[in-house]
Write a protein that binds this ligand. Sequence first.
Ligand code: GDP
Length: 281
Amino acid sequence: MTNPEFQDGIERADRITLGKAITLIESTRVEDQTQAGELLNAITTKTGNSIRVGITGVPGVGKSTFIETFGKLITSKGYKLAVLTIDPTSTRTKGSILGDKTRMEDLAKDPNAFIRPSASGGTLGGVTSRTRESIMLCEAAGFDFIIVETVGVGQSEVAVRNMVDFFLLLMLPGAGDELQGIKKGIMEMADGLVINKADGDNIKKANQAKAEYQQALHLFPPAESGWTTPVLTCSATDGTGIESVLDMILKYVAQTKSSNYFETQRASQAKNWLHEYFDQL
Ligand code: GDP
């Protein structure tokens, strides 16, 4: 495919073209990298107009169930959503094999959603060295929300934190953070903590966990954004509390846009991004 063809397809938000364009930028072949660089250059003025959300949490916390329910809420509001996610066939994490089920099946059928599983799970927990460029392509295709999913393994969170506007940490009710394998540093990076599986017998435990996390967050220094990290509870399976998660993100965006932090963070991310991009070539 030529770049004018790619551009045309991306402008029409054609999923197949968008998928092929992401494959092109992920390719390590020299010819592909040259073409990818030109394509990214050509679309750069059409990027930036989305809300970029990173979602993390240990395997089994309910990330794919949450993204499906949350994603359907987002598209029901008229937004277009792209999800850069973990390829279940390529990822084995902490003994759980994600490949035993199809992830986000319903959302995949939604005409306003685009789901792109990333082939290299492995050490970076689903984040590839080209996730940022994939975000750009999705933005050029007109997606309003971009979710980047990662497994809570540490390294990938830092990478994702540096490419999104809002970083969401999903937690389990009842288990202490050490049990959940979530490092304090990851909690500190989060703009919102959401305790999932707050349903049935878990409701009480989820509320207890909420109080504990709220206390723990008090001990952290105030964030540069001026934003106080909320702790919410939700159930990805029955949908309770999911709307509040969207409200939280929209409130964060409104608040940080009016304080100018949103743009400042984007600018500093873009600066690092360029450095890294050219370092990799
Ligand atoms: P992931 O590994 O983080 O992507 O987690 P999954 O979305 O695959 O969910 C792991 C398991 O937890 C599945 O059996 C889900 O059905 C279940 N699960 C996910 N969200 C909820 C929830 O809100 N409530 C309950 N009770 N179970 C959930």
